[in-house]
Ligand binder design. Structure first.
Ligand SMILES: *Cc1c(COP(=O)(O)O)cnc(C)c1O
Length: 438
């Protein structure tokens, strides 16, 4: 398997290089050079395959001979040990629950697969690998859990002070061992910019072996395509066309769905749902892409002002000029944005009407699907529920006006001691910390 940079198709890399580097030198993003089609019979007979077998088929189709089958099976078995069930709300609306992993968010799929793949590619290497990751909330917990105690690899997580929930913070600051947390006086965008700068710092990269674990790493993206097939399988029997609605921040999750569609999954349409950080829905509406500083919302894991996977979305729909790219993209994807008041209101409505507790991110998805289905009623919509509501316990209980159930592994966290170093939002601070702690 070969990958290229979205900035320059001649800048190519093997899967191993792309996974270990995270980001090409030209500051683009890695994309598969070819996106092969799955066997149509496999798609028709999805229901005969387990989640694990689906993942294996997608990987072998995409990777070719890059990883021997026995090793691939090992990687998948170690990373995909939790389910992705679809729950029915009514004939038109379904919830794909992606929160059954260790950190209770969909990012567990990407983080665990990436940790396994990196550890596979890193085998036999003497020098320690440092994974740098910026998180707006859920990435940190998933990556920390994914890499926890992986030999030869340490993880450094940057998160914006005061902008993640108490339990999210505990998930990334209480593990210890090979996991360090840096509390940054700034926004998620500051954290992301600091990490990007570290990768572009030649001197630092000579001292340390750095890699990334954000959704920009292709190893995060690929496994996120597996559950689109898995969800499709659960509704495949006769019925209206299937649309996926994806609560989006950096747009990695939806890009993985677009990848699944390119490989042959017959998805009728995609819906990108955002909070007030609506640069992509605005692009879909106007054809103009205008990055903005992020604003804080209830659905804080989607507070992103310049989504890093946008370049990949454009790459998937590349036309002969900007206008035809835009046309290609909006044929497949609709975008809607909602404010916090609407989000809270729909959480109460869904709780009362269906007895189902949505988290604020899933609630934004519900709103977007509802809006889309007003004009496209003969569709079945699958909303990706990206996190367990208990991850946002205070907000959710306040909005609903009653207590909700907290999974045991989350409840335990509350009593553990937070360990984080506090830094200003300046690259020099991060560099200094890395040099002192290596
Ligand atoms: C990360 C995250 C998102 C956004 O996913 P992207 O792939 O960045 O678009 C949505 N919801 C939750 C709960 C998240 O953690």
């Amino acid at each position: 398997m070969l990958l290229y940079s979205t900035k320059n198709k001649n800048n190519q890399a093997s899967l191993q290089e792309a996974v270990m580097k995270g980001l090409p030198d030209d500051n683009g993003l890695y994309m598969p050079e070819q996106i092969p089609q799955l066997d149509p019979k496999f798609i028709q007979n999805l229901s005969q395959y387990s989640f694990l077998e689906i993942a294996q088929e997608v990987c072998t189709t995409l990777f070719g001979q890059t990883i021997p089958l026995a090793d691939l099976k090992n990687i998948l078995e170690n990373s995909m040990d939790f389910p992705a069930p679809v729950v029915k709300l009514d004939e038109q609306k379904y919830i794909l629950e992606l929160f059954h992993g260790p950190s209770l968010a969909f990012k567990d799929f990407g983080a665990r697969f990436m940790a396994q793949l990196m550890s596979y590619f890193n085998r036999g290497n003497e020098r320690e690998l440092t994974i740098l990751v910026a998180t707006s909330g859920d990435t940190g917990g998933a990556v920390a859990a994914g890499f926890y105690k992986t030999p030869g690899i340490r993880v450094v997580i940057l998160y914006p002070s005061g902008k993640v929930s108490m339990l999210q913070e505990k998930q990334l600051t209480t593990l210890g061992h090979n996991v360090s947390a840096l509390e940054i006086n700034g926004t998620f965008d500051d954290c992301q910019a600091m990490v990007k700068q570290a990768f572009l710092d030649t001197a630092l990269n000579q001292k340390l072996r750095l890699s990334s674990a954000n959704s920009i790493n292709i190893a995060r993206l690929i496994p996120q395509s597996f559950y689109y097939f898995e969800a499709f399988k659960q509704l495949q029997k006769e019925g209206d066309p299937i649309v996926f609605c994806v609560p989006s921040g950096n747009f990695g999750n939806i890009t993985a769905g677009l990848l699944a569609a390119k490989m042959g999954l017959p998805v009728h349409h995609f819906i990108a749902a955002t909070n007030a950080n609506d640069v992509v829905p605005a692009y879909i509406k106007t054809g103009e892409y205008q990055a903005r500083p992020s604003v804080r919302t209830l659905s804080n894991a989607m507070d992103v002002g310049n989504p890093s996977n946008f370049a990949r979305m454009l790459d998937l729909y590349l036309g002969s000029d900007d206008c035809s790219t835009w046309n290609n993209l909006k044929e497949q994807i609709s975008g809607y944005a909602f404010d916090d008041a609407k989000t809270a209101e729909i959480m109460r409505m869904v709780d009362q009407k269906y007895g189902y507790t949505l988290d604020p991110h899933g609630a934004v998805g519900y709103l977007a699907l509802e809006e889309y289905q007003r004009e496209h009623p003969n569709t079945r919509g699958i909303i990706l529920e990206t996190a367990h509501p208990a991850k946002f316990l205070d907000d959710v209980e306040e909005i609903l006006g009653h207590r909700i159930e907290v999974p045991e592994r989350l409840a335990e966290l509350a009593d553990r001691e937070k360990k984080a170093d506090r830094l200003e939002a300046e690259y020099g601070e991060l560099k200094g910390w890395l040099e002192r702690n290596s």
